[in-house]
Design a protein around this ligand. Structure first.
Ligand SMILES: Cc1cc2nc3c(=O)[nH]c(=O)nc-3n(C[C@H](O)[C@H](O)[C@H](O)COP(=O)(O)OP(=O)(O)OC[C@H]3O[C@@H](n4cnc5c(N)ncnc54)[C@H](O)[C@@H]3O)c2cc1C
Length: 325
């Protein structure tokens, strides 16, 4: 059996849910298998109904009440729900929260963990992971059985099923982990939907001061459909919200176009963009590591570059920078 980890963070199903379904269906063409979905997180009940309707597969909703759960508690609960099920492979999204849950789940079920898969080769029976900041691809023989986290945006979403799957709700026995969640604080609302975005404009320390950020915001807003991203130092300094962070400890993006403004290209940042098709980097360091993965390198001072680009986008004179929309 193949199990899917479907994490709800609100009322809508995450885009990656039907992408995982698509991969599971593909895997069943290689080796016939049943598919089971586990829906957890906020609004899990609603999510379970929605996923069963869209996917047509048996769906388990983990319903726990209002309290938020740690990754450890969720991982242990998923393990408990799957223990007697004879699951061969578990597919989850490679997102910050699933990255906390998946290792616990793997330990609970005694399975190996294959994290951050960015591709597969059916003929060779291999999965790919990116390494070396996106410059290298590791080929890994597909394990018989494993917990596998998949980079969002890798597969087309599966088609909607003709008929809904069954839904069952389970209440986990609240296994206690070594970490106890005492309280939670609502973070700043993220304005980004990085994982599904086709265009991402990211800003780094090259922006120099927080006071320059409105210029970045105006530029990103001027590009239709662009999501805003950033490097980690901007989040650490409290200049940008965490949902905007791109990289190994933030979000992974699979954009058609990734524009990096004043970002040097540390391996931790590059780990979040290996699936992006075209990368444009703008900065004043001709030797910045980001250039190695860039299709277009613009060597420039960031502020004049952003002002000039905005002026072009709005067909205005460079001397009269456009006001915020
Ligand atoms: C465990 C761990 C996890 C991490 N996870 C992440 C992560 O998920 N994501 C992440 O991004 N980082 C992460 N980091 C931090 C990472 O190591 C780097 O410190 C960070 O990515 C650097 O951010 P930056 O490129 O914005 O800054 P810098 O490295 O300082 O680069 C700034 C760039 O802007 C250029 N610049 C400066 N001023 C201007 C100007 N006026 N005009 C044009 N260019 C200019 C500079 O030449 C430089 O190239 C992590 C680190 C650790 C240890």
């Amino acid at each position: 059996m193949i199990a899917l980890m479907i994490e709800m963070t609100g009322h809508t199903l995450p885009t990656v849910a039907m992408e995982l379904m698509s991969l599971a269906l593909h895997m069943t063409t290689q080796q016939p298998s049943e598919i089971l979905a586990l829906v957890y997180g906020k609004e899990a009940e609603e999510g379970a109904w929605r996923f069963a309707e869209e996917s047509g597969v048996e769906t388990l909703g983990l319903v726990w009440g209002e309290n938020e759960r740690t990754g450890m508690e969720t991982g242990a609960a998923l393990g408990e729900a799957l223990k007697e099920r004879g699951v061969r492979t578990i597919l989850g999204p490679h997102t910050p929260s699933a990255m906390e849950i998946a290792p616990v789940l793997a330990v609970a079920l005694g399975l190996p963990l294959l994290a951050g898969v960015v591709g597969l080769d059916d003929e060779k029976g291999e999965f790919y992971r990116s390494a070396g900041g996106g410059k290298t691809r590791l080929h890994i023989a597909a394990p018989e059985s494993a917990v596998i986290t998949i980079q969002p945006g890798l597969f087309d979403a599966a088609h909607r099923a003709d008929r809904p799957g069954s839904v069952t709700f389970v209440t986990p026995s609240s296994p206690k982990g070594p970490i106890e969640l005492l309280s939670t604080r609502k973070g700043e609302v993220g304005t980004s939907n990085l994982s599904g975005a086709r265009v991402v404009v990211s800003v780094g320390r090259g922006i120099e001061t927080q006071g320059n950020l409105p210029l970045f915001t105006r530029l990103a807003d001027a590009i239709p459909g662009a999501a805003k991203g950033c490097s980690r130092p901007l989040v650490d300094m409290g200049w940008m919200p965490y949902p905007c962070q791109v990289g190994i400890t933030g979000s992974s993006v699979s954009a058609d176009l990734y524009i990096a403004l004043g970002i040097s290209g540390s391996s931790q940042h590059l780990a979040g963009i290996p699936q992006s098709t075209t990368v444009i980097s703008v900065g004043r360091d001709p030797n910045a590591a980001i250039h190695a993965v860039s299709d277009l390198i613009i060597e420039a001072d960031l502020l004049p570059f952003m002002e000039a680009t905005l002026a072009l986008l709005y067909h205005q004179d460079k001397s009269t920078p456009p006001a915020a929309r």
